[in-house]
Each structure stands twice: as structure tokens, then as C-alpha cells.
Design a protein around this ligand. Structure first.
Ligand SMILES: Nc1ncnc2c1ncn2[C@@H]1O[C@H](COP(=O)(O)OP(=O)(O)O)[C@@H](O)[C@H]1O
Ligand SMILES: [Mg+2]
Length: 369
């Protein structure tokens, strides 16, 4: 699809989101405009929580909590997030200690992959500052969340893979004799192999698909023509061969050492690892280039919703200007948060509507529709 500013024709965005017993809120409702929305309020007011809740409704996952129950207000047994979309769907999730149930238009969804509705999101949050230089876990999460939005069916492979790792880990903890362990672990290894190969194949394809775009975007942001590469780092060429070499060690140290849960990818800049050579400015440009590439990758008949948490922290003035310029041109539905009044004014200049926060609630200004 040709990206343009004609967002009126685009379908499925969020019109309203309601949180009940989620983080600091007992209940809050936020109505979103169809273009750029800014949540403005002091630190600790609950802005990020709204962004996080929208992310959960779109992707079934949070980008900052490893388990959904972390979102539920302390001391509460259950939390609920409900969203109403522009194509009249109501999507919701009930979050309980060890399970969560998704609903679409009141019907319980039994397979999470069927929940992923038309609204896709790109999230840029302070957590992503570690994408270039942090642990492999952050980069795997970036790849896997993106893949699941593009191909919801992959959620099933990721779920099966995670479950098998847990089962294998439990078996390792049983202190079985190696011979008995080897017999019992065989089906789990097969499962890891089957789902792991699918996951690896898709991760590599994704990197191949976005690489040229990341390089192009980086060039535009930094006004340079430096090569940018995305290189998948696979721990072992053949999982089964590596397993036969390492299974004794796995049994001895009781850890799963072989599989795609330990893979990573390296961002290369000027032929070197960006993690080692990139300056702060170059890292910020790479991060924004990755996010723009993510936006194109997820655009099919609709531009993804942009969730930009604390843009004053994630991007400096120069890169924020670049982002705002892009937002002004494309006008995707955007939810941006900031405690910084200058950024609010800059956002107003590109047509943003501002929601001011007042102690766990949102006040709408007169211009708000
Ligand atoms: N599970 C929870 N229950 C209750 N309060 C929480 C929970 N998790 C976080 N908080 C509190 O929610 C507040 C708002 O968080 P956040 O949405 O990150 O605010 P902001 O983005 O506006 O700085 C913080 O003061 C935090 O301590
Ligand atoms: Mg915040």
C-alpha cells in the first residue's frame, strides 16, 4: 500500500480504552482521536500504563512486563482492559494470577492467535533503548513480537516452544540417571527442534526483509550513507548435532543449552558491531530506523497505530523532529506520552490533540472530540 496522509480511509483503530484494576487505576476510560493523541502529565501519573494496556490489547503481550499479572493493581485478584475499535469490535482481556482470558465481542477466545485483530502497533518506549546494546533477550523479544503481529499463527509455535522448554527444565531438575533422562527427554527435544526451526526460519526472513529499509531510514535520519546490516546469530548450525554434543552437559548443569531461545541478532554499522562502535547519537538513529522499518513491515491495508511512550527520553530533539515530521505526513493513529510541556507544544504544532492527566484521570480540553 502507498503510505499517504489519507488516514480517514483506514480502518480499525482504537476509539476508547477502559482499564479496571490495572496498575494505579481502579477504573479509567480514555477516548482516543483518530490521529495524534498526547497524554501529558507528571511522572508516576499513569501515562505509560495506558500505552501498555493498548499494547496488550493489540499484541496480547506487554513490552515491559514479563507476565500480564504484573499489570493488575496490587492486592486485586483480577484486572480488565477493554478496547473499542473503529470497526465496532469490542476486545478485552481479563487478567488473573496464572491465566488471562481474551474476549472479542463478548465471545471467549480459546486460541490466543485468533485474538489478534486488525489493529497492529509499533511501540517505541524507554525499554527499547536497550535494543542496540542490551541483552539478546530484548532483541529476541523485538523480533518475536513483530513476527506474531505479522503472522499471528506463530504465537502457537512460540507458546509450544516455551512450554517445552519448561517441561525439559522440569525433567532436568528431577536428578534422573543420564540413561533414563536421555530416553525421557527425547520427545521434548523433538518438539524443540520442530518449533525451533520454524521460529528460526521466520526470524531470519524478517531480518532479511527489513534490512534494506533500516539502512535507508538510517541514512535519512543521520544524513549519511553508511552500511547497516542485521545479522542473525544462530547458536548452532544443526540443533540435533549440537544436542548430541551438549546433552551430557545439559544434564549435568540442569540447563537447556541448545535451541533458538539463545539466538540473537547483531546490528552492524560501518562493517562493525553497533553495540561496540555506535555513539549515543548513532544508537538513537538506529533505534528510530528500526521503528520506521517496523512500521513499513506491519503496514498492509492500514498503517499501524504508533505507541510512543516518553518520547523525550527515547529520542533527542533532532530525532524527535524527524519522527514528528513523519507523523505529520502520515497521520497514523498515535498515542504519545510525555511530562514535558515543550514536547506537548511541538506535538500540537503537528496537529496533536492533548489529554491532560489529573491524578488517575484524564481531563479533556475543550478542543477534544
Ligand atoms: N501493579 C500495580 N499496582 C498499583 N500501582 C502500580 C502497579 N504497577 C505500577 N504501579 C504504579 O503506577 C504508577 C504509574 O505508573 P506509570 O504508568 O508508569 O506512570 P507514568 O508513565 O505516568 O510515569 C507508578 O507510581 C507505579 O508505582
Ligand atoms: Mg512513563
Amino acid at each position: 500500500m502507498q503510505l499517504g496522509s489519507d488516514s480517514d480511509n483506514l480502518i480499525s483503530m482504537f476509539q476508547k480504552i477502559t482499564l479496571q484494576h490495572i496498575r494505579p487505576y481502579s477504573q479509567v476510560q480514555v477516548e482516543l482521536g483518530k490521529n495524534i493523541n498526547v497524554l501529558f502529565g507528571p511522572n508516576g501519573a499513569g501515562k505509560t500504563t495506558i500505552v501498555e494496556a493498548l499494547c496488550v490489547l493489540s499484541t496480547t503481550k506487554s513490552y515491559r512486563a514479563s507476565k500480564l499479572f504484573d499489570l493488575v493493581s496490587f492486592g486485586q485478584p483480577i484486572g480488565k482492559i477493554t478496547g473499542e475499535t473503529s470497526d465496532f469490535d469490542t476486545v478485552s482481556v481479563d487478567i488473573m494470577p496464572r491465566k488471562h482470558i481474551f474476549y472479542k465481542n463478548g465471545d471467549r477466545i480459546t486460541r490466543t492467535s485468533q485474538f489478534l485483530h486488525a489493529t497492529k502497533v509499533v511501540v517505541l518506549a524507554p525499554e527499547h533503548l536497550y535494543l542496540i546494546s542490551g541483552s539478546g533477550e530484548k532483541r529476541r523479544q523485538f523480533l518475536d513480537h513483530l513476527l506474531c503481529q505479522k503472522h499471528p499463527i506463530l504465537l502457537d509455535d512460540f507458546k509450544a516452544y516455551r512450554k517445552t522448554i519448561k517441561q525439559k527444565q522440569a525433567l532436568l531438575k528431577q536428578n534422573l540417571h543420564f540413561h533414563d533422562y536421555k530416553t525421557q527427554v527425547e520427545p521434548w527435544n523433538q518438539q524443540l527442534f520442530t518449533h525451533g526451526e520454524i521460529i528460526r526460519k521466520h526470524r531470519k526472513e524478517l531480518l532479511n526483509e527489513i534490512q534494506a529499509n533500516v539502512e535507508k531510514e538510517y541514512g535519512e535520519i543521520s544524513q549519511t550513507a553508511e552500511p547497516v546490516t542485521l545479522n542473525y546469530l544462530q547458536r548452532e548450525q544443526s540443533m540435533m548435532e549440537r544436542l548430541s554434543e551438549l546433552e551430557f552437559q545439559e544434564h549435568r548443569i540442569k540447563r537447556v543449552l541448545v535451541g533458538c531461545h539463545r539466538d540473537d541478532f547483531e546490528i552492524g554499522l560501518k562493517g562493525q558491531s553497533a553495540d561496540i562502535i555506535a555513539s549515543q547519537g548513532e544508537r538513537a538513529s538506529l533505534l528510530l530506523a528500526l521503528k520506521f522499518a517496523e512500521m513499513s513491515y506491519l503496514t498492509d491495508d492500514q498503517i499501524p497505530v504508533m505507541l510512543l511512550d516518553d518520547v523525550g527520553v527515547t529520542l533527542d530533539d533532532q530525532r524527535r523532529d524527524h519522527l514528528f515530521h513523519r507523523l505529520q505526513k502520515l497521520q497514523p493513529q498515535t498515542l504519545m506520552t510525555t511530562p514535558n510541556p515543550t514536547i506537548v507544544e511541538n506535538a500540537r504544532a503537528i496537529g496533536a490533540q492533548v489529554l491532560m492527566q489529573k491524578k488517575g484521570d484524564f481531563q479533556t480540553p475543550i478542543s477534544w472530540k
